[in-house]
Design a protein around this ligand. Structure first.
Ligand code: 5GP
Ligand code: ZN
Length: 138
């Protein structure tokens, strides 16, 4: 994807505050952070959404995310942290190159995820469980 800003960061054609990289993964600071130290972790190769990333690369993404989480905890000493990835326009994905966010969180930092508004009616939980379990592949 030639016009993808995250591809350009991965290939060093565009600047970024790079924190760490491996052969297939690179991490850098989010330019517009929820809190200072907000970090993005991406595969260097362009994949739009998480489910499209080959397993070997997603393993590397998770390992690097864990490594960066520990570095953020030791350096910035937040009270907590969120790790998330938005996939698809309706899930709030703005940059269509899959990425994980690590957001250090602090007491009263004002950032809020929406509360979970739904509950299951009788049997519904099992029905949803069955639907998903049927499609789990080895
Ligand atoms: P999304 O909504 O797609 O999950 O998040 C995209 C994130 O990328 C946002 O938090 C945004 O601030 C960040 N971002 C967008 N453009 C750039 C950029 O050019 N450089 C960096 N470092 N971060 C960016
Ligand atoms: Zn890209």
């Amino acid at each position: 994807m030639n016009d993808c800003i995250f591809c350009k960061i991965a290939s060093k054609e565009a600047p970024a505050e790079i924190l760490f990289e491996t052969e297939r993964v690179i991490t850098f600071l989010d330019i517009n952070p929820i809190n200072y130290g907000h970090t993005l972790i991406i595969p260097k190769e362009h994949y739009r959404e998480f489910h499209e990333i080959p397993e070997e690369i997603s393993k590397e993404l998770i390992i690097v995310t864990s490594k960066l989480t520990k570095a953020i905890l030791e350096s910035l000493k937040p009270h907590g942290y969120n790790i998330f990835t938005n996939n698809g326009r309706f899930a709030g994905q703005a940059i269509m190159h899959c990425h994980f966010h690590i957001v250090p969180r602090f007491l009263n930092d004002g950032f809020k995820f929406r509360p979970h508004p739904k509950s299951y009616k009788q049997n519904e939980m099992k029905q949803y469980g069955d639907l998903i379990r049927e499609k789990i592949k080895n």
